[in-house]
Design a protein around this ligand. Structure first.
Ligand SMILES: Cc1cc2nc3c(=O)[nH]c(=O)nc-3n(C[C@H](O)[C@H](O)[C@H](O)COP(=O)(O)OP(=O)(O)OC[C@H]3O[C@@H](n4cnc5c(N)ncnc54)[C@H](O)[C@@H]3O)c2cc1C
Length: 320
């Protein structure tokens, strides 16, 4: 399809009156832009980072569970999504974090410029949750990510500590146990939460030592991790470990709309089945949404649902 110059000005400037401004160019945001471009909506796609792709850029492993998009790495998927957008004449504006959103008026401030659109789509994704403990920023692994698959060889025959009690933590511990001499699995609750298969895998592995009702207090070591300080039911104690992997879940990037739309207790955005938020012009898609599946396929689908609903409302000329 030939590019529509009205939608994608060659000089990189954006039309000020838009149908939709999409904030965040991970899989959800890029897909929303593809669908909007195919429907000939006037769209701006904003990305805070230097490159579009979101979490895909941090994934060097194959993505096997995104139908029709089987690619060798997350980066390759980001390129494929961006190629599609470019072929439709779309573009992304990178290197500019949306600094302020006014959902009621459809305004977004980016790099000192004010954009106005009939609809906004929040596709800002999520980031690994941190514990805020000493030594954490220098630690290598912070979940959720398949750290064992990525960094496994670095820890062959060594000792690692995995924090968390959910699926990601249990899978990491089980994978590390295949190559490490010893794995500590530290969970603050009184029982592991992960699914039955992962719990069974952990229970069957003698190299995993599960420490329940235990919290990580600090990570020791300068250039390299050397140990960790923990507090269990009988008080504080130290363990010698070579790596720490924190799988404490995701925190949503929803600060921009805090106070403007309903969020859950953790800050994820509540949406209805059309991806509408409680603010009339504002939609959300992908990992930033409450109940998110932490999945590329889900992000793509939600983005399409949102943009199709916007188009329907534009045709019905609402809101004005
Ligand atoms: C290592 C790893 C492996 C994974 N493996 C798989 C897998 O095998 N299968 C699978 O389905 N999923 C996998 N995932 C999860 C998948 O990548 C995410 O579910 C998906 O990327 C979510 O897409 P998103 O667009 O909602 O958010 P994100 O990918 O998080 O993208 C959000 C984007 O918004 C941008 N942004 C944030 N704030 C602003 C702002 N204020 N202004 C402008 N831009 C902003 C961010 O810079 C980012 O680029 C994996 C993730 C990781 C990290």
């Amino acid at each position: 399809m030939p590019a529509d110059p009205r939608l994608s000005p060659d000089d990189g400037a954006l039309p000020r009156e838009l149908d939709v401004v999409i904030i965040g160019a991970g899989p959800a945001g890029i897909s929303a832009a593809v669908v909007a471009q195919a429907l000939k909506l006037r769209v701006a796609l904003l990305e805070a980072g230097e490159k579009a792709g979101g979490q895909l850029l941090r994934n060097p492993t194959p993505i096997l569970d995104a139908p029709g998009l089987d690619v060798p790495t997350g980066m390759a998927m980001a390129d494929r999504l961006m190629d599609h957008l470019t072929r439709l004449g779309g573009q992304v504006r990178t290197g500019g974090s949306a600094a302020r959103v006014h959902a009621a008026s459809g305004e977004v401030e980016v790099s000192g410029e004010l954009l106005r659109a009939k609809f906004l789509l929040l596709a800002t994704g999520a980031r690994p949750r941190t514990l805020g403990i000493p030594g954490e920023s220098g630690a290598l692994g912070r979940g959720p990510s398949p750290a064992a698959r990525r960094f496994g060889d670095l820890y062959r025959g060594r000792t690692v500590l995995v924090v968390g009690g959910g699926d990601v933590a249990l899978e990491e511990a089980a994978l590390f146990a295949r190559i490490c001499e010893r794995v500590f699995l530290v969970h603050r609750g009184s029982e592991l939460r992960g699914c039955a298969d992962f719990r069974a895998a952990v229970a069957a592995e003698p190299r995993i030592e599960v420490l329940l009702e235990t919290t990580l207090l600090s990570i020791e070591g300068e250039a390299e991790v050397r140990g960790a300080r923990l507090r269990g039911p009988e008080g504080a104690f130290d363990v010698k470990v070579d790596g720490v992997f924190i799988c404490a879940g995701l925190a949503p990037n929803s600060e921009l709309i805090r106070g403007q739309a309903e969020l859950d207790a953790q800050g994820f955005v509540h949406t209805d089945i059309r991806q509408r938020t409680s603010a009339p012009r504002l939609y959300a898609a992908g990992d930033v949404c409450a109940g998110s599946a932490w999945s590329v396929a889900a992000a793509l689908g939600q983005a399409a649902i949102a943009v199709k609903d916007m188009e329907r409302r534009l045709w019905r000329d609402e809101p004005r």
